[in-house]
Ligand binder design. Structure first.
Ligand code: ZN
Length: 192
């Protein structure tokens, strides 16, 4: 992964960082790493995730490698504004599950001088851009694309392969339902 987060922090302004990639690419791990460093620097950090993602734990953000940080579960992205009044750094995980309002919320927080770090799936299981990630990528100052390793061939992978035939866009699950695949090995399951 190429590090594209700011090395020296901008001063007297906020900004937006987006960490985008497929499942098993280490997005949440990278989000946790950045938020931990901010906490060590005694910055006021607030972390949010959508209520839909109840894997592993109810109120922590947890990566597949089981690193975790306590987070606030929200249904509506606008709740972040209420909870973040005194926050300096705001982390949002699983951004693809929030409404398009996330774009104006992140812009508003950054305009207020806060550092906003957003992680999410940039494509759905068919390889179609997963809104609102494209819009977030467009407004971010710093973008990191995390790649996984293709389970079939070992190439760098940026697609999430669904192993079941369901055509629902969102099915919450982990390695029981999904695996990382490269462009060559990824396919859309039949019935779609
Ligand atoms: Zn492959």
């Amino acid at each position: 992964m190429i590090e594209r987060a700011p090395h020296s922090m901008p001063k007297e302004t906020g900004w937006i960082e987006v960490i985008a990639g497929c499942m098993f690419s280490g997005k949440t791990e990278e989000l946790i790493r950045r938020l931990r460093r901010a906490k060590i620097a005694k910055q006021n950090v607030k972390i949010f995730k959508p209520k839909i993602d109840t894997r592993y734990s109810n109120s922590d953000i947890v990566s597949h490698s089981e690193q975790s940080l306590p987070s606030i579960l929200i249904e509506d992205i606008n709740e972040v504004l209420e909870y973040s009044k005194d926050a300096e750094v705001i982390g949002i995980d699983e951004a693809q599950f929030f409404s398009p309002d996330i774009v104006s919320v992140c812009n508003r927080l950054a305009n207020e001088g806060k550092r906003v770090i957003v992680a999410g799936l940039d494509q759905d299981y068919r390889g179609v851009p997963f809104e609102p990630m494209p819009q977030l990528l467009a407004i971010a100052e710093y973008i990191t694309k995390t790649l996984a390793i293709c389970v079939e061939c070992g190439n760098p992978a940026d697609k999430t392969q669904r192993k079941t035939a369901s055509s629902e866009r969102v099915i919450v699950g982990a390695s029981d339902i999904y695996e990382a695949r490269c462009r060559k090995c990824h396919y859309i399951p039949k019935d779609n």
